[in-house]
Design a protein around this ligand. Structure first.
Ligand code: AMP
Ligand code: MG
Length: 502
């Protein structure tokens, strides 16, 4: 699966004022959005910017360095050709119908023609909208840094995701549990349409709007689905397959989204809306990364089931277009289940260094996950350190793995099994180790790393955000200068809790 939904190909350099805006979402019927201008952000300053994302829309370093860049990407300056709007959607939150939601603090500026296709550009945290409900329309620096770093880290891992162009900060106070400061994060994606964008019209009985939105998605992003017998069934099947592939990738790197509500699920199968996410550290399949998730609905091991539940909600929303309940249910069951199961099995085989597909592999994987549950090694380091071991036991050489276990004798027993499995395909150490390192990242965005960058940023030192981003852009490479970022969480990080507060 590509990290980027678009093929590559360079975009010629442009200035901020000559970005070619297209704005197809703004061409939908007015009921889909409210046109409105972002708020002014007092005394804005640049926190960080991604040269890679800027390049996608043809902006180079000198454009990023202009004061107008900061003004444009906090909402203070409207670039020619933008048509700012907030989109409406609804959704199920924690399994319950939440009714109308919408972009409560997101302004879609429009869509720029760029490398491999069009990119929607959205400001998050630039003021209230008619969909803000009781909230203030702002985002804080802390959550903006987490979203920025994680979306770029996921892209580095090769996992489908929305991207982040930059963060603009301000000293303007924003009340959360404590008083924090405001920031605007600029997000970039082919589309921000969510499952909940469809649920919204279904709940209102608006089949015309449902069809208009489905046609928008098909015509812009999946034109090949027009050739299917039933394009809307094909759309649901496509979303189900991509969501299954996405979930297999999440599970393979120990990513936990934290708030898999249907309004946070992308119709394009992108990772969307980074809030209280986490990466698995000491392995616990029941781990809940979101402090606000009391029931563990979005725990690590629950994620594939939740994704399928969310797809049923989408299927239900599309029912007036599809007609037959069986066809809708089958599209989800067949395509999600196959994509997830096959994807997860292939990813896990690769993570263990197996190239052959043997019948006993599923049992091996499930036994291993059970073993990890009791031994609690760090998930990332378990696979990364395994990637350096030999297929033949050598005295002392297994220490990097053994040291992660509560009881190293369990590691020895498991390694004997692993080696017996490798012997069934005459695995060569050098080739296997190189292949495993391309699947088992050394660097993931651990909470303690994000927290370190956030604490420094509060003192106006943004260097750690930039350094972390540089490291996480190449998570599978050995980067000696960033060795410390691969370490287990320090003691001070034990109490870190992330919640929905953002
Ligand atoms: P989330 O839990 O972040 O996915 O947000 C759920 C809904 O609440 C979405 O409609 C958001 O736009 C809205 N929302 C969250 N935080 C704010 C805020 N500070 N101001 C306005 N709307 C918000
Ligand atoms: Mg959301």
């Amino acid at each position: 699966m590509d990290a980027m939904p678009h093929p590559r190909g360079a975009t010629a350099p442009r200035s901020l004022e000559t970005l070619p805006w297209v704005n197809s979402f703004a061409r939908l019927a007015p009921a889909f959005y409210t046109r409105l201008e972002p708020w002014q952000l007092p005394d804005p300053y640049l926190v960080c910017a991604s040269a890679e994302v800027a390049k996608l829309i043809g902006l180079s370093a000198p454009e990023i360095a202009r004061p107008e860049f900061v003004q444009a990407f906090c909402g203070n300056l409207l670039l020619p050709g933008t048509e700012p709007l907030a989109a409406v959607y609804s959704g199920h939150q924690f399994g319950t119908w939440a009714g109308q939601l919408g972009d409560g603090r997101a302004h879609l500026l429009g869509e720029v023609r760029g490398t491999g296709g069009n990119w929607e550009i959205q400001l998050k945290g630039a003021g209230r909208t008619p969909y803000s409900r009781f909230a203030d329309g702002r985002a804080v620096l802390r959550s903006s840094i987490r979203e920025y770093l994680c979306s770029e880290a996921m892209a580095g891992l090769g996992i489908a995701t929305t991207r982040a162009l930059c963060i603009v900060g301000s000293d303007a106070p924003v009340q959360r549990e404590m008083v924090e400061t405001a920031a605007v994060v600029t997000r970039v994606a082919p589309s921000f349409v969510r499952f909940g964008s469809f649920e919204h019209w279904r709940a209102r009985g608006r089949v015309d709007a449902l069809r208009e939105l489905a046609d928008h998605v098909i015509d812009r992003f999946r034109p090949e689905l027009r050739d299917a017998d039933q394009a809307y069934v094909a759309l649901l099947a496509d979303v189900s397959r991509r969501t299954g592939e996405l979930l297999a990738r999440w599970m393979g790197v120990g990513f936990m989204h934290g708030v898999m509500n249907t309004d946070n699920m992308s119709i394009l199968g992108l990772t969307l809306d980074y809030g209280p996410f986490g990466f698995m550290e000491a392995f616990d399949a029941k781990h809940i990364c979101n402090h606000s998730d009391d029931s563990g609905r979005y725990a690590y091991a629950a994620q594939p089931h939740v994704a399928q539940w969310n797809l049923y909600a989408l299927a239900e929303a599309l029912l007036p277009l599809i007609g037959a309940v069986d066809a809708a249910r089958d599209a989800v069951d067949t395509h999600f289940t196959a994509a997830y199961n096959e994807g997860f099995l292939a990813i896990m085989r690769g993570k263990f260094g197996f190239t052959a597909a043997l019948a006993r592999d599923e049992q091996f994987i499930s036994d291993t996950l059970n073993m990890l549950q009791f031994q609690r090694p760090d998930f990332t380091l378990f696979f990364r350190n395994l990637s350096q071991l030999s297929a033949t036991a050598q005295a002392g050489a297994d220490a990097p793995l053994r040291d992660l276990f509560l009881d190293p004798s369990h590691c020895d027993a498991w390694l004997a099994d692993w080696r017996a499995r490798l012997a069934q395909e005459a695995s060569q150490d050098a080739a296997r180790q190189a292949a495993m390192k391309k699947l088992n990242p050394k660097y993931v965005l651990r909470n303690w790393l994000a927290e370190t960058a956030i604490r420094k940023a509060r003192d106006k030192d943004f260097s750690e955000v930039t350094r972390l981003q540089a490291c996480l852009a190449h998570p599978y490479d050995e980067q000696p200068e960033f060795e410390a970022y691969a370490a287990l969480p320090p003691d001070w990080a034990n109490g870190l809790a992330v919640s929905c507060s953002s």
